[in-house]
Design a protein around this ligand. Structure first.
Ligand code: PLP
Length: 282
């Protein structure tokens, strides 16, 4: 297995970072997860653009262009013979004496990347998954794909302890997103999901799906929705790069759409699958 460290492809066992890396000490960095199907990246431009946006938003200037990065990722996929899986990329502010403020001297940002094999979660996509509600205790810049994931970690652990796949987070009555996914409901044939503001991560899967909805004349509302609307929804699902379009069939022990994935969710899964085929083949 190979990995990327500072723009070089090295043996994974040689991709080591210093104990004073600011990502390690402060979570001072950002990351991306890119899906790979049939040895090809899915929506890599969108992911690389989001990575650039994340680094910009915290004042890290990446010493690589998207074209450089893409070339490196293609090479890494080949070297690791990755067919189906993910690429994980992380950029931290780099190594400096521990001090909360940014280093005053120039420090090279630390880019690390590796790949992992995973298959599409076909069984869960067919049967749907269970979720629980939990208060969203994260900070107010959830639009940055930050390495600071403690809020998400604690939320996902609650789901794990409840035997659930994911949590649905809310701030008071307002539903925000999952711990590693965006949340959608369907009511009277309208697809509803939180607007991409500072309270959620602007998911690439979410955006692909919104385009798919528009193409197929399905009405979408990107707006705040409440726990009450969630409970009264006809259908519910989550989206992420690894989970794709995942039906939610239970919330806090109560069934949604009679405990089976709804018809619009099914359609969206099918259309999303076609987008994957278009970009990565079948
Ligand atoms: N929201 C959060 C908090 C996430 O961590 C993720 C992805 O991991 C998403 C949403 C979905 O984003 P994407 O569709 O780009 O994978």
């Amino acid at each position: 297995e190979f990995a990327i460290l500072h723009g070089e492809i090295v043996k994974r066992s040689e991709a080591k970072v210093d104990v004073e890396d600011r990502g390690y000490q402060f979570g001072d960095g950002v990351y991306e997860v890119i899906r790979v199907y049939n040895g090809k990246m899915f929506t890599e431009h969108e992911h690389l653009n989001r990575l650039a946006k994340s680094t910009d938003s915290i004042g890290i200037s990446l010493p690589f262009t998207n074209e450089n990065l893409k070339g490196l990722l293609v090479e890494l996929i080949e070297k690791n013979k990755l067919q189906n899986g993910i690429i994980y990329m992380q950029v931290t502010r780099g190594v400096a004496l521990r001090n909360h403020a940014f280093p005053t001297e120039y420090v090279t940002p630390c880019l690390t990347t590796y790949t992992k094999k995973i298959e599409r979660p076909v069984d869960s996509m067919r049967s749907g998954v269970k979720t629980i509600l939990t208060e969203d205790i994260r900070w107010l810049r959830c639009d940055i794909k930050s390495l600071n994931l403690l809020g998400n970690v604690l939320a996902k652990q609650k789901a794990a302890e409840a035997g659930c796949f994911e949590v649905i987070q809310h701030r008071g009555q307002e539903v925000t997103e999952g711990s590693t996914s965006n949340i959608f409901i369907v009511k009277n044939d309208i697809v509803i999901t939180h607007a991409s503001d500072h309270l959620i991560l602007k998911g690439i899967t979410k955006d692909v799906l919104l385009v798919v909805c528009a193409k197929n004349n399905l009405r979408v509302e990107e707006r705040m929705f409440t726990i009450e609307e969630l409970k009264q929804a006809d259908e519910c699902f989550l989206t992420s790069s690894t989970s794709e379009v995942m039906p939610i069939v239970e919330i806090d022990g109560n069934k949604i759409s009679n405990g089976i994935p709804g018809p619009i969710t099914r359609k969206l899964q099918e259309w999303f699958g076609q987008e994957i085929e278009k970009q990565c083949g079948s």
